[in-house]
Write a protein that binds this ligand. Sequence first.
Ligand SMILES: [Ca+2]
Length: 321
Amino acid sequence: MNSKRLIGLSAFAVLLFLACPQPTTEVSKDAALTEIIAPTGALDSGTVVTPMVSISNLETETETVPARLLIGTDYNDIAELELAPGQTDTLKFRTWTALVPGTLAVRCSTMLADDEHPGNDTLSTFVLVRAIDTARVEVAFGTDDGYVSVLVAYLPNPFGFIYSTIEQARVGVSVSGEDTLLARAAYRFNISDRQWGDVTLHLNCIRKQGNPGPVQAYCVPDLGTLPDTTTPIPQVVDWLWTAVDSGVKTGELTPGPGEWFEVTVPESTVTAMESDTRYLAFMFRLANETIGAGNWYELGNFEYAESHTEDKPYVTYPRYR
Ligand SMILES: [Ca+2]
């Protein structure tokens, strides 16, 4: 092919190209989520919030920009906003009420079709839903607290007595006649209106004999109602004595006579240990149960509080609206 003919063909191709209708230039689109205005930070349970975000149209055509907002796992809403080129404005979503306690993730994304810069579409923050007050629940019945005392001579077989309606709950080693007795104290509380959060037990030490040393607190599966009479001869009491074996140790402390002390059970342990009927139970034992006789504590209980006009043992936990 000679060069003159090649030039002629190229010119024809250029003419053909120019004659054909060309596709218009693609309009570029870019919406950006610029701020999560609400909810964020800390809020009291029960607060009603209108979720709001700020959205920008960064390109040259007016666009209707949809966006989705998520709060925790229970709230999911989509709203949209028309924005002129270069405009930034606030988009509101349907109201949300802060009820579920704890820290919730808040996440919002614009959903403009063909957005060329998806990297600026999403923002995340957190909202903390706080408790509004503290619930306080006392031991409700004399048979919801007490102690179990076993004959040391028969251990590891727990033969002994359960005392639920006398004015103390004993923890430690004592002597009765020729028998050495080892005691553990028990408490149960109705926490049926608890929603979420740690539970703190408040308990008083009435008296100390000898030097019993530290006490271990266990959160245990519900013990049920204790017998309201003490049998005259030793009984098999393993169902109560061994409750600590299925429990979770939640603290070790040395009570002071005449003083109140606290034991806090974390949310996860409470959830694992509370019964279907929403009772939470505790047991106390000496850290060293092989200590000699004459070393024990007397802890407060229902009957002691009734006759001394004192506070009964109680638990506290956060309450949300
Ligand atoms: Ca974008």
